[in-house]
Design a protein around this ligand. Structure first.
Ligand SMILES: Nc1nc2c(ncn2[C@@H]2O[C@H](COP(=O)(O)OP(=O)(O)O)[C@@H](O)[C@H]2O)c(=O)[nH]1
Ligand SMILES: [Mg+2]
Length: 327
């Protein structure tokens, strides 16, 4: 599933938008006088056209933004992610305000085209068109703070990661247990891994193929490696968003403890993440080249791997496919 926020146009300020609108109207609103036509009749046509062109240009721009920002058919993953980064309510408010501006300008357009149509004097026609321009500019000025917000939001939305809508494995575990090495081992020798900003962190996405099907595997450095209590609300929300993306979580243990975390601390983090997610979590014992499984580690898991040399990776992938088949 690929999000379409990359299509969001540059968001201008109220001032820039006003200038753009009037420029557009002066180009498109030209009417050519016909021979023998009284000047005020010609002025009516020309100024009426300008009013229409200005209104059309600005409402087109505003509607384009609100259409792309309709958040109705987003997946739960993006909904939570957008909420964590930009704020869903803020976006809804901004699009509401933009729609209001659009409608208001269209109402003014109708009123002023009518006024111009029934005007008797040439100078009244010019004055009315000027008045309409003033109204339009003041509507835009009134909502300038929304343009400022949207310009910032656009940057964040454009940078949201794109994921494929396919079976997805998310890797969790304390720092230095071998999560990134695992992603590499699972996706092949030279995996094409995409890196995206993910709230304040980065997210890495790779793929592997089995039976002609692509599987997505996601590493989230610095997110799923600590107790959840240590998290600020935004991080927690981003973590919970992962639940909507993932079909299974691999939790990597390092029984050799060369990662710097004793096993009981690793187990605490594991229990925390297990408690937070309602999707299956497969515990995996990594670095088996440094430490053979023993009675204690057997209780945690019987998936024994060494990501550095690929030991146990095929068996683990088989386990993931088995789990997929049962879901
Ligand atoms: N001996 C050994 N070292 C490993 C293994 N997997 C990862 N490492 C090493 O552990 C360190 C941390 O690995 P990394 O993948 O960056 O861990 P991450 O922080 O969990 O992503 C690196 O020096 C890796 O080379 C393994 O199976 N055996
Ligand atoms: Mg890493």
């Amino acid at each position: 599933m690929v999000q379409n926020f990359k299509r969001l146009p540059t968001i201008l300020s109220a001032d820039e938008l006003t200038k753009f609108t009037f420029k557009r109207a002066s180009k498109e609103g030209r009417a050519v006088p016909k021979k023998g036509q009284p000047k005020y009749i010609w002025a009516k046509r020309a100024e009426g056209k300008r009013v229409m062109a200005a209104s059309g240009a600005i409402t087109y721009k505003l509607k384009r933004i609100t259409n792309i920002l309709m958040l109705d058919d987003l997946t739960p993953f993006y909904t939570e992610l957008i909420d964590a980064t930009v704020g869903i309510e803020k976006i809804k408010k901004a699009t509401g305000v933009l729609s209001w501006a659009s409608t208001t300008i269209e109402k003014y357009e109708k009123t002023y085209r009518y006024k111009i149509r029934i005007a008797k004097k040439e100078e009244d026609i010019y004055r009315l068109r000027g008045e309409f321009y003033g109204k339009l500019a003041s509507v835009l000025k009134k909502i300038d703070d929304q343009f400022t917000f949207l310009a910032k939001a656009r940057e964040e939305l454009k940078n949201l990661p794109s994921f494929e809508d396919t079976f997805t494995v998310v890797i969790a575990g304390p720092p230095n247990v071998g999560k990134s090495t695992f992603l590499q081992a699972m996706t092949g020798a030279k995996p094409k891994v995409d890196v995206y900003p993910f709230t304040t962190k980065q997210i890495l996405v790779g793929y592997f193929e089995r039976r002609h099907k692509r599987y997505q595997i996601v590493d989230t450095p610095g997110l799923l490696d600590r107790r959840l209590d240590d998290r600020n609300p935004i991080e927690r929300q981003a973590i919970m968003a992962l639940e909507h993306l993932a079909n299974v979580v691999l939790f990597i243990f390092d029984p050799s403890e060369t990662c710097g975390f004793p096993m009981h601390e690793q187990t605490n983090i594991y229990n925390d993440i297990k408690g937070a997610f309602s999707i299956p979590i497969i515990p995996v014992l990594n670095k088996s080249d440094l430490k053979e499984p023993d009675e204690k580690t057997n209780k945690i898991s019987n998936h024994v791997c060494a990501a550095v040399d690929g030991t146990g990776i095929d068996e683990l992938i088989a386990e993931i496919l088995k789990l997929e088949a049962s879901q």
